[in-house]
Design a protein around this ligand. Structure first.
Ligand code: NAG
Ligand code: NAG
Ligand code: NAG
Length: 350
């Protein structure tokens, strides 16, 4: 009898300590459960929009600075990551990859303020967004490279050039020694782009680089190497609406080679760049004809230069700053529909 009671006491003490430890750890890890007030709550004024990033995409290490949006000229906008802001946030942003990977969870255990919108964010094509089955009916806004997303985040865009007075020739790299180049990190026989490349390489010389094929290019060498090519194969790994990535914006356009694109339809490229800024694989009946066209174009200086005239009026702005994209939610907040809930079928298309 006595012994049993003592044992009970001992376990009771242990359980009590574990409980206290659990509560302390929980308080530290999940402040949103405890409704503790976030630091700097006083920064939120009557007209302030609060964007809460539930976790940084890819767990990037970005120093929290709630007033960072001022640096982009965006006022009345707080960008926060402390989850204690949850009850005060107008938008909560969730990057898809960590959700579908099971590393992060939607805070469905929390009472959600009525006006709060949850933002589904992904810059991946539908092929790489994973299984979205569980994410029906939670999100009120989308953030993606799709032009019809609520918050449009393209991989690149043309912006009007501020400094003018240059001629077309100033934009064409002088030393061109290769006809066509391609950098491929993931060489897969079953990709459509691989078959197009193989057919093209049978007609014209194509320089191929990439770690997958044993010819890696360092990031410093990437653009200088591409600048020596007349054409660059901006072949996307999968074909989806509006899916135009850095293979186009960075490698080709910033590299100073004319992009030969394989991706969405020509109209979708024309929605974001002038039609004479690129050559589309689908412009030709066969890859052989494309090859012959490239050979002739490289010899015709004037015609080749016509693919660079857009430089006279525009420069390329590449996506490179998540904070700025998040801040841009604020000025667009007012133009969202008052009520919107997306189902997973819709997100699967994004
Ligand atoms: C908030 O916006 C309203 C309407 O635009 C304006 O009348 C009011 O002065 C603003 N309040 C502050 C503190 O700026
Ligand atoms: C550039 O802009 C000027 C005027 O703004 C226009 O006349 C010209 O056609 C444009 N050039 C190209 C190549 O878009
Ligand atoms: C956001 O979605 C939730 C469903 O998860 C819905 O209850 C809420 O009304 C929506 N809010 C807005 C502002 O659309």
């Amino acid at each position: 009898m006595d012994i049993r009671r003592r044992k009970c006491h001992r376990y009771g003490g242990l359980i009590f300590s574990l409980l206290i430890l659990y509560i302390v750890v929980h308080y530290l890890l999940y402040p949103e459960w405890w409704w503790r007030s976030p630091a700097l709550l006083h920064l939120k004024g009557e007209n302030t929009t609060v964007i809460l990033v539930w976790y940084w995409p890819f767990y990037m290490q970005i120093k929290q600075n709630p007033t960072v949006c001022n640096h982009y000229g965006i006022r009345d906008c707080l960008l926060v990551t402390d989850r204690a802001w949850f009850p005060h946030a107008d938008f909560v942003v969730f990057h898809n990859r960590e959700l579908v990977g099971g590393e992060e969870f939607l805070p469905i255990h929390l009472r959600r303020p009525r006006e709060q919108r949850w933002v589904w964010l992904s810059l991946e094509s539908p092929d790489h967004n994973g299984n979205l089955l569980w994410f029906s009916g939670f999100f009120n806004a989308t953030m993606s490279y799709r032009r019809n997303a609520d918050f449009y985040v393209p991989y690149g865009r043309l912006v009007p050039r501020t400094v003018r007075g240059l001629g077309v020739d100033d934009f064409i790299p002088k030393k061109k020694s290769a006809l066509a180049c391609w950098v491929v990190s993931n060489y897969m026989e079953e990709h459509r782009r691989t078959s197009v490349y193989q057919q093209l390489a049978a007609v014209v010389p194509v320089e191929v680089y990439g770690s997958g094929i044993g010819r890696p290019l360092s990031s410093e060498d990437l653009l200088p190497t591409i600048s020596q090519c007349y054409f660059y194969l901006s072949f996307e790994n999968s074909m989806h609406k509006d899916y135009i990535t850095e293979k186009f914006w960075k490698n080709a356009l910033l590299g100073g080679a004319v992009p030969v694109v394989l991706g969405p339809r020509r109209e979708e490229y024309e929605a974001v760049v002038p039609k004479n800024a690129f050559i589309h694989v689908d412009d030709f009946d066969s890859v052989k004809k494309l090859g012959e066209f490239l050979l002739n174009l490289a010899k015709d200086k004037q015609r080749y230069a016509s693919y660079f005239t857009w430089h006279l009026n525009y420069t390329v702005n590449r996506f490179n700053d998540w904070q700025e994209e998040f801040c841009k939610i604020c000025p667009q907040a007012g133009s969202l529909p008052p009520q919107k809930v997306y189902d997973n079928a819709y997100l699967l298309e994004m």
